[in-house]
Design a protein. Sequence first.
Length: 81
Amino acid sequence: MAVKKLSIALDESVAENAASAAAASGLSLSAWLNDAAERAIRIEEGLAAVREWELEHGELTAEELAWADEVLASVTRPDES
């Protein structure tokens, strides 16, 4: 995989917390930041898809949003059994 080297600036506390999170995950800071950026991109793409769907079909109802929240919570929280 090709990589592009960048020079970035982060708030000091963000840099420290990111470095700690990377170490706790057993990743380099670069790999951790790459993973975080990939997650943020997927979220933005998903939100754009929802906006596009709503333009064609109308806004999601409160009930539909509540259902989606329940589904997401069930797949993202640790197994409580």
